[in-house]
Design a protein around this ligand. Sequence first.
Ligand SMILES: Nc1ncnc2c1ncn2[C@@H]1O[C@H](COP(=O)(O)OP(=O)(O)OP(=O)(O)O)[C@@H](O)[C@H]1O
Ligand SMILES: [Mg+2]
Length: 371
Amino acid sequence: MALIEFEHVFKRYPGSSNAAVDDLNLHIEAGEFLTLLGPSGSGKTTTLMLLAGFEAPSAGAIRLDGKSIESLPPHQRNMGVVFQSYSLFPHMTVAENVAFPLSVRKVDKSVIAEKVTAALGKVHLENFTHRKPNQLSGGQQQRVALARALVFEPRLVLMDEPLSALDKKLREEMQLEIRRLHRELGVTMVFVTHDQSEAMTLSDRVAVFNQGRIEQLATPQALYDAPANPFVANFLGDNNMLNCTLAHGAPGGAAGGVRTASGQLLQARICATTAFENEATVKLCVRPEFLQVAAECAALATPNCLNGSLVDLIHQGDHWRVVVRLASLESGPHSAPLQWFAKVSPGALPPGLVVGQNVSLGFRPEDAWVF
Ligand SMILES: Nc1ncnc2c1ncn2[C@@H]1O[C@H](COP(=O)(O)OP(=O)(O)OP(=O)(O)O)[C@@H](O)[C@H]1O
Ligand SMILES: [Mg+2]
């Protein structure tokens, strides 16, 4: 049995016409690290609030260990919560902040002292007990918030974008810290972010939210390698897209074909969920790291090749970003010129490329998806 079960949960805020959470079905396993990932307004925080008990569902059931918890107040749910802003009590010291969940539970003073020391040790802040929050860096405050969420040994820790206020380096350090704590403590974690690389770093599974619904729930690798639809393909990792018509193949088939607006036939995999009908309008998706760049198609070994002109060549440290305007592929008088980009490792870039010249982009059929 799953630790947490959402069954057909809806949440409609008063005065709002759309459901913030729209028929949510979600099982969370004990011990897992689950991330809710999605754009702003997609219902991530609302889902966390429903779980923590700060909001009540408009319909549906939420169960913990198989028992309904809708009528259980937040403090009886035994969940540690870390919000986006650190929300430490400014007038309390670090030790007092961390002790708070234990004092409200009327835990014995000597036990509190012991647990606070242990919790601060876990986040490497044992030497900061007497400081006030405003005497700490953002990352240290975040770690205090984490210690406070862990100190009463909850089975479930909920975190709502806890790292979004930190700079990139500190954020990456804290991600590793949270990963370590999850492994060491074996606690179940539900983490909200709209940062895809953060989701991929931390999670056993990721639920991709869009407009109050889950588009796909899978391991980070499965989401990346086999996205269920263009929304997921675009939200996790970069993607180049092209509108085409379906020429041949079958749903889920590895060897399909699509025709571009200029009549060129390309080979690709047909996603299992594609609404399948010959001549149907579909989207071809290719990730930039799967594109090869050459001065002409003849120099590429891939069956698929698109011609265009080089718009920009940007050095990004570990790779080159090669921006290419594709030749006459979007039909119609109002369509903007279509640009694709490739990520090319420094050694794989053809020498002597100049902006404005003709270039070709090649890709293997197995690296192209049709939705
Ligand atoms: N208290 C509220 N009253 C009315 N509507 C709300 C309330 N809280 C959220 N909403 C609406 O519910 C929807 C989902 O909001 P939610 O805060 O869950 O999104 P989110 O995915 O956490 O977004 P973000 O990434 O911006 O934090 C949004 O359309 C939002 O405007
Ligand atoms: Mg939110």
